[in-house]
Design a protein around this ligand. Structure first.
Ligand code: GLC
Length: 581
């Protein structure tokens, strides 16, 4: 294309859709080294409590997910990560398991689980289970036994500190209002350890019996045919409980002291030998350790530990005060470079522990919500690494506006509030930050249609539905060719048709550009150029001469404006070009 004069090129959505469909049959012919199904997977994360309620109790359930499997299939995703569905007293919404081999009553039965898995497999969708074994619930039989007497056979399933030894060395609890991770238990006059809430006692991984119990649980699910495991908080599983004192203020950097302690890699190698190597399952760890070296040790192929990890440096960038695009580019680029040769990572901008993607990373105003969500979905689905897309982000669901602590349900929010009060924090600021960043934002019910409670339930939803469901919902977005939802579908189709978007080498373009995140992906003779304008202003970027021969693969506006040898990008415009080489 000759760009030596001013010209405006109009590409209608229909044309783009047509050109994408034309490419559907195109196959990549050169074999890709180390190709794996889990690298090519597009994972859709479902928070079951909030997805679809089939029985009117206000809580989502497995039958609800079954009802929506055709919808999930229509998204073009190839796997589902389900947050925990095991029996639980729900101190932390299922992340406190009291029976690892049974289904939480509110979610259904094992028969429901079996038909969910069968329905997914019929549709070629894989299932990744959440395995929560850094800790159990205090209502798990193991813990009931363990706390009952000092010589109970289950005593060493958990970490205990006898009171006669004096105060245990201080450990910080992420979820406790007082911040103390040792809880005194009068039954045996001893303290037990809980890095999270009091009702989540930490399992003692140095005990081989605990490890065997866990492998047996994983085999139970693998034998049922599940396709993968997400290891919750596993980087904390090996613990240093006796070192007398961590430096003052270590809480603000607790990862340095809690993650990847001695023994962890041994446990993972053993788990790999016992479970992962015996089944065709993928494995992903929450957390990637303290540095690149830790992360490599977790996921490099010859290590025989895990397939991939979620590194949090990226998702931690946006703050209540905003964030800087340059930082985002630097962080995602350095993680990509570091794992270009060996190891594999996940790509995500949201999950159940974050507020909504578009409210943190994009712009959730009426004017820009749609364009900026499309831009963020373009990003996730065009980077190297396995993309994890959080339910509702395919619609552009936003944060909810809670103004009183009584509206929050999340244990982290409630305990955090109590702690802030007791420490005399500026509560006005605290509430603003909570409103922006609370996990409850990301857990409001899925918005299916504009009927009462957004079609999520016939009962009273466990967490309020966002008022904007009348405008943002599946039914309306299905009917709108230009919706966020249909753009998401177009993106998953593109990723699946173009291995360059999965395996291609990533190269950052114009690193100093203040508004536009631009990068190329290259695989053999294929090249894609991705341009993302993260600003609410128009912004320009120069194209290199060697990219002259290009065509548009996807665009979240109906046209692209070229100006001499630049692209003039509209607010939050996101374009992927195919570049002929
Ligand atoms: C992980 C989960 C989070 C949970 C915590 C304790 O970080 O993602 O939701 O609260 O572990 O299990």
């Amino acid at each position: 294309m000759n760009r030596s004069f001013i010209k405006v090129m109009i590409c209608s959505f229909f044309l783009i859709a047509f050109s994408c469909r034309e490419k559907q049959d195109e196959k990549h012919d050169s074999p890709i080294e180390n190709a794996k199904w889990w690298k090519e997977a597009i994972v859709y994360q479902i928070y079951p409590r909030s997805f679809k309620d089939s029985d009117g109790d206000g809580v989502g359930d497995l039958q609800g997910i079954i009802q929506e499997l055709d919808y999930i299939k229509s998204l073009g995703v190839t796997a589902i990560w389900l947050n925990p569905i095991y029996t639980s007293p729900n101190a932390d919404n299922g992340y406190d398991v009291s029976d690892y081999r049974d289904i939480m009553k509110e979610f259904g039965t094992m028969a429901d689980f079996d038909s969910l898995l069968a329905g997914m497999h019929q549709r070629d969708i894989k299932l990744v289970m959440d395995i929560v074994v850094n800790h159990s619930s205090d209502e798990h039989e193991w813990f009931k036994q363990s706390r009952s007497s000092r010589d109970n056979p289950y005593r060493d399933y958990y970490h205990w500190w006898p009171a006669e030894k004096g105060e245990p060395p201080y450990r910080y609890s992420l979820f406790d209002a007082k911040g103390d991770a040792w809880q005194y238990d009068s039954i045996t006059d001893a303290y037990y350890l809980h890095y999270f809430a009091k009702k989540q006692p930490d399992l003692n991984w140095s005990n081989p019996k605990v490890r065997q119990e866990v492998y047996d649980i994983m085999k139970f699910w693998a034998d049922k045919g599940v396709d993968g495991f997400r290891l919750d908080a596993f980087q904390f599983a090996a613990k240093n409980t006796t070192y007398p004192k961590f430096p003052d203020g270590f809480e603000s950097d607790f990862i340095q002291y809690y993650a990847m302690q001695d023994g962890l890699h041994g446990y993972l190698k053993e788990m790999n030998e016992e479970v992962f190597s015996q089944y065709d399952v993928m494995s992903v760890a929450e957390g990637a350790g303290r540095n690149f070296e830790d992360a490599h040790k977790l996921v490099d192929q010859n290590r025989n530990e895990l397939n991939m990890a979620y590194a949090f440096e990226g998702v931690d960038i946006p703050k209540y005060e905003g964030y800087d695009l340059k930082t985002m580019k630097d962080v995602f680029t350095k993680w990509d470079k570091e794992f270009a040769e060996d190891g594999w990572l996940s790509i995500f901008l949201a999950n159940h522990d974050q507020a909504r993607m578009v409210s943190r990373w994009g712009n959730d105003s009426d004017e820009f919500r749609s364009a900026s969500t499309k831009l963020l979905n373009t990003f996730i689905l065009s980077m190297r690494g396995t993309p994890y897309c959080y339910y509702g982000d395919e619609l552009g669901m936003t944060n909810i506006d809670f103004d009183s602590i009584s509206q929050y349900q999340d244990i982290a929010a409630i305990n955090g509030y109590q702690k802030a009060v007791s420490e005399g924090e500026d509560m006005e600021l605290f509430m603003k930050k909570l409103n922006f960043g609370s996990r409850d934002n990301g857990r409001t019910p899925m918005q299916w249609n504009n009927s009462e409670h957004a079609g999520f339930t016939n009962g009273k939803p466990w967490l309020p539905v966002n008022d904007n469901y009348v405008d943002i919902n599946v039914e309306d977005e299905n009917a709108d060719q230009n919706s966020v939802l249909n753009h998401f579908r177009e993106m998953t189709r593109l990723r699946k048709q173009n291995p360059v978007l999965v395996y291609g080498v990533y190269e950052l373009v114009a690193p100093e550009h203040p508004d536009i995140y631009a990068y190329t992906r290259i695989l053999d003779d294929k090249m894609a150029l991705i341009l993302l304008n993260f600003s609410e202003e128009t912004s320009e970027i120069k194209l290199k001469d060697e990219w002259d021969n290009h065509s548009i693969l996807i665009n979240n506006y109906s046209d692209v404006e070229f100006f001499e040898n630049s692209v003039k990008m509209r607010p939050y415009q996101a374009i992927i070009f195919n570049i002929e080489r």
